[in-house]
Design a protein around this ligand. Structure first.
Ligand code: SF4
Length: 380
């Protein structure tokens, strides 16, 4: 088996995130719908590199040049990449997935494990943009509800039961809470405040929440006062024409300047490096546009999180092949560019206390940052 350097780890992770994997003679499937990346399985490379790789269907294997994963023994596999073979492990399904709440609700309807230690839930499984015909084109938040895999609204009391069970297994060191966008000026801040206020009566575990820019800075402060540790205010796409095309509702609600202002205010409240924004790769933005966008974001103390876009099954652009397929070097370059800008601005993604950046499964930002650190060390 090959010994793997920081740069090879980065390339392999980016390949797994973008091309995905297919299992040889093994059963494996992912989550079928939701607000985050679906149809993925969580792997560990080199024992602690978490990778949420999409599992390709038979029909997608060639389209995506999916990497071949072969079973060795339970949860242990090898993966083929650029004529070499690397060992990887599958993060096992936690035991709480088999458990129920006191009222009989399956725990999987209330919370799911992301990566190896992040417990996540969509506190309200509804987005008003779907009512308005303005939903993000890659999103399928109603699907898991329609399929009976979740419930519309999770109470903090229900979630605490899942949290206790997950912590007993040692797999809930931090939390991600998300929800669809309600058509209100607070964009869901009050729902998070109520939820986290109750949660804080039971637990001090770090919490990440995600929302559009609320109209008032007071709501950002109230989120912090309620006990939220980190915030995702996700622009998704820097280019206005593409943002309008793929996120029509979010585009109509808030301009880039609205995001920029919210980011600045949020950094004042939550601290440098504790606010992030997802940036979707594969929808047509050029490396130059991404560079300029990353720079503007990082200069205000916000961490951009490049994430290969995975149009969800059931979304409007299901079946769309993102432009990152066939462009591994270019996408690796985008991650390195973002990491170099972070390094130059003394903004280490590893300081982020909770949520997607700490989980690390859906982006290769941490691995790119490690490559940049090693390169800089090598020059001195
Ligand atoms: S804002 Fe967009 S991505 Fe988020 S839940 Fe609504 S439609 Fe889905």
């Amino acid at each position: 088996m090959a010994i793997i350097s920081d740069r090879e780890i980065l390339r392999l992770k980016v390949a797994m995130l973008t091309r995905g994997v297919h299992f040889i003679s093994d059963e494996a499937s992912g989550r079928a719908g939701g607000a985050g990346p679906t149809l993925g399985r969580y792997f560990l490379l080199n024992e602690d590199i978490v990778i949420n790789a999409p599992v390709r269907t038979q029909a997608q294997i060639d389209q995506f040049q999916a990497l071949e994963v072969k079973p060795v023994k339970v949860n242990h596999y090898t993966i083929r990449f650029e004529d070499e073979t690397f060992p990887i492990t599958l993060i096992p399904t936690p035991q709480f997935y088999e458990m129920k709440l006191a009222d009989g609700t399956p725990m999987t309807q209330i919370g799911l494990l992301h990566g190896k230690d992040c417990l996540a839930t969509t506190i309200i499984q509804h987005c008003d943009y779907f009512n308005q015909g303005l939903e993000c084109q890659y999103c399928s938040i109603p699907v898991s509800l329609q399929q009976g895999n979740t419930i519309l609204r999770k109470s903090p009391e229900q979630f605490v039961q899942v949290l206790n069970a997950a912590q007993q297994e040692g797999c809930a060191d931090h939390l991600t809470l998300t929800m669809g966008s309600p058509d209100r000026s607070d964009r869901g801040a009050q729902d998070y405040i109520d939820f986290v206020s109750t949660l804080r009566q039971h637990s001090e575990v770090p919490v990440h929440v995600q929302l559009e820019p609320p109209k008032s800075i007071a709501q950002l402060r109230a989120l912090k006062d309620a006990g939220v540790d980190t915030l995702g205010i996700h622009l998704e796409i820097y280019d206005d024409a593409l943002r309008k095309q793929y996120c029509p509702g979010k585009f109509a609600y808030a301009s880039f300047l609205d995001y920029y202002t919210a980011w600045k205010n949020a950094v004042r409240i939550f601290g440098k490096g504790q606010v992030s924004t997802f940036i979707l790769l594969g929808l047509g933005e050029t490396p130059e546009q991404l560079h300029q966008g990353f720079k503007t974001t990082i200069e205000v103390g916000v961490i951009p999180v490049p994430v290969p876009c995975r149009p969800n099954p059931g979304s409007q652009i299901e079946g769309h092949i993102p432009d990152y397929v066939d462009n591994l070097d270019r996408i690796v370059g985008v991650f390195l560019d973002c990491a170099r800008l972070l390094f130059e601005h003394d903004l280490d993604p590893n300081i982020h206390r909770a949520g997607c950046i700490r989980c690390t499964g859906c982006t290769a930002l941490t691995e790119a940052f490690q490559v940049v650190k090693t390169e800089v060390k090598g020059k001195h």
